[in-house]
Design a protein around this ligand. Sequence first.
Ligand code: 4AD
Ligand code: MG
Length: 456
Amino acid sequence: MKREKIKTLLAAAVPQPQVLVKGWLRTRRDAKTFSFIELNDGSCLENLQVIADSALANYGEIMALGTGSALAVSGSLETSQGKGQLLELRAEVITIIGKSPETYPLQKKRHTDEYLRTLAHLRPRTNKYGAAFRIRSELSFAIHQFFREQGFFYIHTPIITGSDCEGAGEMFRVTTLDPFSPHPVGTGEDFFATDAKLTVSGQLSAELFALALGDVYTFGPTFRAENSNTRRHAAEFWMVEPEMAFCDLDGNMDLSETFIRSLVTHLLTHSAEDIALFTKFVAPSLASTLDTLATQPYERIPYAEAVAILNRSGKRFSFDISFGKDLQSEHERYLAETHFKRPVIVYNYPKTIKPFYMRLNDDEKTVAAMDMLVPNIGEIIGGSQREERLSVLEARMADANLPREPYWWYLDSRRYGSAPHSGFGLGFERMLMLVTGIQNIRDVIPFPRTPKGLDF
Ligand code: 4AD
Ligand code: MG
């Protein structure tokens, strides 16, 4: 007999004479002549109620089963007499696959997120983390579906790279030399015979492909060695990076807005049950946040106006803000959360605080950058129109003290058939925080990597 998923059985909502399910025991309640087992197989939030009759051959053993035990149950799926569920499984055979003794750390009571982080290997078995990681999976597919429907091509950009896209000096080194080798890392004796790093962004490669295939995107892991131990930074995170040829900053902002709106709408339909858990237990305001994201227009303001709003706010920030300074997370959150109460795209940032590749505006002071800021998180998207003019790009690289030679291939794209193009990067984990209300990035990543944190 084939194993049925509990999700499929419950969704179909029809009794069946013979089914086989396999899963883990969540709770057991014993009555006089039978025992109720709540079985969960990870396919959905809901458990399947199993009725184990005392006539079962191994009933004695079943009565001793602890939370977390793995079982196979076959029997008939019947309309439930009791309240709380439509269907229940009347067990004919219960096979005990793996017992879970009393030392199982996930007993029935609710545990804190901090405690569950120390149990990252077991936490997906809880309702909350099961839901979070099912949403993570659904969101990944929604992203691919969105771009596919829009005619974008999916490009795999390298993880090991020699170039620092963001120029922020936050890269991890890749070397095969041992720490006491007499040969310096990144030289002739090293594996690549040059400085090799883990990528911080697939953008530069994506640009080259946009200038060949039109509209492309990358979606993969990126790495940043920024030593910021905050609730929204991870050393290893996933980024979605669309890049569009013949597209200016306005088109870029339009795409970012359509994109976020479409992802939220997708999840409201396809992950409704899991999202409902977060609305109920994690973030009561989540339902209205998601409704705003899906239905309301987003705000767009130039950076200079954002600075003016912050200075007019009368609010005391820990960091001062004036033209030329980068927005801190407190500023970003004030704009999105308090001032506009919805996502806001801030554009045209001072060139001094943005990377070399962003297109210089006619004022020669600002670049065609755009950041999308959202309530609760702050920056979720960073992007720009790219500098397509070779001479301007070279001047910007010189300003940033970047050597031209290692970027010869990038500069070539501005030599041969250069064209306006734009793109952005969405922090995948920050998007997950937004749609679940989860407050810490460590809780939306299966096995998070953060400063001084490399467990599991
Ligand atoms: O703003 P960032 O640095 O932009 C880029 O890397 C561009 N090259 C993207 C592009 O234009 N193709 O990063 C993009 C997004 C941020 O807005 C944020 O959501 C996320 O990536 N991000 C992080 N997420 C988790 N942990 C970190 N340490 C992150 N750093 C950036
Ligand atoms: Mg950024």
